[in-house]
Design a protein around this ligand. Structure first.
Ligand SMILES: [Zn+2]
Length: 104
């Protein structure tokens, strides 16, 4: 990577439902409840439905599921299947590469 980081101008900020920290939207992963009630990861950020944002950090996903913060943010109830799917999605997202990585 030799390209310098582009200057940020008017970056949309969202709050992670796991750690409650505000971060640039593009650093977060959007989880969306579709109009049909499916819980899915929205990698495009454009899917219709109610969205919630999570850091690319396993802890945030775990916390959001444990405290039911994600369900609340999505105004739904997560089934065991939803939770499993989310944990799989989390692993996929994290495996795809977390910017920076390490630390906490
Ligand atoms: Zn977080």
């Amino acid at each position: 990577m030799s390209m310098p980081t582009p200057r940020q101008r008017h970056v949309p900020i969202r709050t992670c439902v796991g750690c409650r920290q505000e971060r640039p939207k593009r650093e977060l992963v959007r989880v969306v409840r579709t109009p049909t009630g499916e819980i899915t990861i929205d990698l495009t950020g454009k899917a219709a439905g109610r969205g919630a944002y999570l850091c690319r950090a396993a802890d945030c996903w775990t916390a959001a599921l444990k405290r039911d913060a994600l369900a609340r943010a999505l105004r739904t109830t997560l089934t065991p299947e939803d939770r499993e799917a989310l944990l799989r999605a989390r692993d996929a997202v994290l495996a795809a590469g977390a910017p920076g990585g390490g630390g906490r």
